[in-house]
Ligand binder design. Sequence first.
Ligand SMILES: *Cc1c(COP(=O)(O)O)cnc(C)c1O
Length: 628
Amino acid sequence: MVRRRLDSGLDASLILVLGAGGHGKVVADALSLIMPGKPDGFVDWNPALVGSRVLKYQVLGDQDWLWAEASIRPIAIALGIGNETTRQRLMEKCLAQGIRILTVVHPTACVASSATIGNGSVVLAHAVLNAASRIGKGSIVNTAAIVEHDVEVGDFSHLAPNSVTGGGVRIGCSSLIGLGAQILPRVVVGDRTIVGAGAVVRQDLATDVVAAGTPARILRMRNEVSQDVDHCLVSLPDPSPTVDDRIYLSPPHMTGQEQHFVLDAIATNWVAPVGPHVDLFEAEFAQKIGLKHAVAVSSGTAAMHLATRYLDLEPGDEVFCSTATFAASVNPVLYERGNPVFIDSDPATWNIDCNLLKEELDRCARRGRVPRAVIAVDLYGQCADWDALQKICDSFEVPLIEDAAEALGATYSGKPAGSFGWANVFSFNGNKIITTSGGGMLGTNDSALAVAARRLATQARDPAPHYEHSAVGYNYRLSNLLAGVGRAQLGALEQRVAARRSTFDFYRAVLGDEPGISFMPEAPYGSCSRWLTCVLVDPDRFGATREDIRIHLEANNIETRPLWKPMHLQPVFKGCRHVGGRVAERLFTQGLCLPSGSSLTPRDLDRIVSAFSTVRRRRSNRSVPVLA
Ligand SMILES: *Cc1c(COP(=O)(O)O)cnc(C)c1O
């Protein structure tokens, strides 16, 4: 062999295998093939084994014996321990005692000249390390495991026999890839994660999880205690067949970093609606959007309420709102005994129609009573026309509130959604583009609003040593635990937007040519976050209604939802004025939101579009009257 199969240790007077169990036997055998006459024996922490024979080698001693020997002569050991935490701990201890740790490569292993292997790792029979692959220290590349080109494996990980890692895969530290498991190219597996035997991993896996099945899905978090340790070598329960898995409209998508912040909050005892993560979340958020102030609260609705409360409405004061929105944009107007007036959508953007808004403001101004505010929504991730809106509202001196709950990550004229108007509302509900399970943020550049909102959100407590209140307050604060989740989520915002936009592109590429199917247009002034992909279904041309599609997809366990039912049609807002409404009504009767979560897999997307096309097939079997 040209390559050295064994690192250093040749000058050691005693060469041992640490660990006399099953894995230790395999390591001893590999060592004997590259160093005839070696090892000199085993060392094992279990004193009961001392003196016994394993293969043809003697177990020479235990821990105390090893430390004593190491103090009088040079010793080298090969790591024969399967458990990765024990392996790491003992390797570190041995190094601290001046013992050399051998790197062992079986003579039949095929190692590219550009591959690197960290100290203390073992590469066993018929394993392949392909070009430019990198194995960290103390790791195991077990029998016949294949490590493709450019794979990176962290320290103390274990690739079990016959496992395959495709090109460019990255595996963290102390992770276990089970017998025969396959990690598809470029997938990233976090630290301390366990992949069950036979799993096929198509998507990145977070740290500290246990995953199994085809495709691999997360079964649970990894246990602290070591009962998981050998799971990579045995079959984990297969998750229920994925074919019937429910595909949700917009489920939460964790980054794998949330738990670090949450554990920090617990470790530092900041388990309260105040704390360092709340402060940092606000600061990081304000900076990302370019706002002077960001006030973290318990929901988007709470943020909207605080802004509306600050207006100090008199009963009957009007507030203009988009009619195509979620009720939470408008409910706070009713909390404050105002009268919402609903403005129709612009068919080009689905957002508030600026011409209708201006006409209605003109009419109100002539009657001498303009509304107290305009609430405009960035619908489904698309910004409203903020330059036009600002100009109109300025000319009537009406404050403008931006409901950006659906549009975090979108832009308008290169500026972030949520940076327009007087007050900005964000939501981190579980279905939004990033989530804290529930939570929200009120943004503003108006310091007086920020101060007042903070005070109202904390029970309107006046400065005094006791609890003193001169106003009715609310308990709207965000927990420091959830702020920790929010910080991790915020860090992934750009990726989440990219994923949702590419999901939209996929749907449009596959379904865009269907007769009667059209997509929410993207206004030329900005970039839509595509929080949800929305289609309009013209039943005459498509041959089925949006309800036919929704019910058919539901039967396939795929969640979709009609577009927002306009506020002027909602029983709760009966009697409220509305200006126009036909555009929003058509969006409601024809519109369907398709599953749009950033964690959708190619397989999920295939399932969705093939279910969509079976509606089509059924439609073409039915006799649809031909319209002239
Ligand atoms: C989600 C949403 C809200 C409310 O946010 P919550 O955090 O759920 O209270 C407000 N407005 C719109 C348009 C939304 O979609």
